[in-house]
Structures are given as C-alpha cells and as structure tokens.
Design a protein around this ligand. Sequence first.
Ligand code: PEP
Ligand code: MN
Length: 287
Amino acid sequence: MKSEKPDTAKDNTCSVPPKAGRKPSDGTIPVKVGQLVFGAKEIVIVAGPCAVESREQLFETARAVRKSGAVMLRGGAFKPRSSPYSFQGLGEDGLKMLREIHNETGMPVVTEVMDTRQVEMISQYADMLQVGSRNMQNYPLLREVGQSKLPVLLKRGMMATVEEFLLAAEYVLNMGNENVILCERGIRTFETSTRNTLDLSAVPMLKRLSHLPVIVDPSHGTGIRWMVPSLSRAAVAVGADGLIIEVHYKPEEALCDGYQSLSINEFDGTMKELDKVAVAIGRDIHR
Ligand code: PEP
Ligand code: MN
C-alpha cells in the first residue's frame, strides 16, 4: 500500500507582526471603553446613525437604540464621503451633540477621525476614536491615534488583507496605545450584488492570530438594510466580540447610508434575535 504523506499545508498563510500577533495560548485581551469591555464573554452592541445630522435625529435614534439594548453609540461628525458634494457631517457641532446625548444616556461614543489635525479636538468629545476603512493605511494618522489615551476602533481597509490589517494595528500599538479593537467591515471583491463582501472568515482568523478584540460592521459589510439582521446573527455566531450597526429613526430621510440603516423597530427585533444566538454559543449580549 502507498504510504500517505502528511499534509503540511499551514493553517494560515499570513505572517503576523509581533505586537498585534498574539503568542500561542494567549486569549483575547479585553479592551475597555469607559465602563464597557470588548473581548470578554459579553458581546457589545454599538449602534447609531451613520452621521450626526441634527439634534432630533441623533437624540431620538440614540434613546431608541439604548432602549433596545445597545450600550455604545456611533455617529460620524466628520464623514469620509466618496463624493465631495455629499453631506460631509456637522463637524464640531455634531461632536457636541454626541457628548450631550452621552451625558444623558451614559453610552460611550465612537466617532471617526480622518486627519491627524483632528485627533486632539475630537478626543475632547469621544470615548473611542474610529479610523475608517479609507484611512486604514494612513500611517501618520495611525501614529497619531497611537499616541492618544483613547481606545481606537480600526476598520479594515476595503482592499486590505488580514496581514495588512494587523500591520495597521501594529502602527497604533507601536506608539504605545494598546487599546485597539479591530473591525471587519467588508472588502471589495468581484461581487456586485452587495456593497462589499463581508468577510466573516476574517473574524476567527483575526481571533486566532491576534489578542485584539474583533467586532463586525454588517451595515457597511453588506450595504443592504434587509441583510443586516442575518449577517449580525452570523457575526455573533462566528465569534465576534461586538457589532457596530447603523440605525436611523427615519432611514428613508437619512443624509448618509440610509439604504443600509435599520429602522428603530428593525434594530429592536435584531437585538432579540442576537440574544438567542449569543446564548447558543455560551455568550451573552451586554445590556
Ligand atoms: C462609517 O462607519 O460610517 C464608515 C464610513 O465606515 P467605513 O470606514 O468602514 O467605510
Ligand atoms: Mn456609514
């Protein structure tokens, strides 16, 4: 009989940088944002509008998502829009509103920083700094947020491999900021039926290669409202430590990403489903 040779293929083909790449046997090292912990047994749901558009829009949406069980608020004040003619965000006025609703609801706030010159100002209002997909390889920005005391939500570049994603995180860690949370938000592929292809396989891969908590953005990951609930459930099932979901009190009137934003009712229903999936895998949704 012919003797079988062992299959020596590796379980990944990615080299990992020293700080972002975990040593064998290390688990996920939790990252705190205010009182919240990402990377523990409890899964953290971040929700809110794509962009802060008005007091009414932000406050009504924020109160509703809190009521449904979100524990952290998202909302862009500086928006990286593909077209320079699209709504660019309310800037510092939007940040002030985010702080105000934080004070009312207690939800920590994450908002995007697009430029090194904004880090100091945005840090006065935010609890976590978001580096967007388009800036994942903006090395000066990564170094700047690496010097911040605030945790960083690093979104995967739409054209970035897992290795490049971890190398981007390495820039932040190298500057002394150890509080990095990775966010899978979909990548560009040949598929055009969705806005992006949500690479859920990146979640277990990142969790294997790195000690950093991993969350999933099913809103940008699909770009389609009706797909967000099912991909949210799948993200929890595959091991995500949290989700960041776009919700709008009137999605059809949104100035940004309305077609992928859940209504308040849809978000509420999704949360109830997520509870069941979390329990099925031995975790809980933090409420
Ligand atoms: C966002 O979160 O609103 C956003 C712009 O996301 P991304 O950088 O992933 O496109
Ligand atoms: Mn958006």
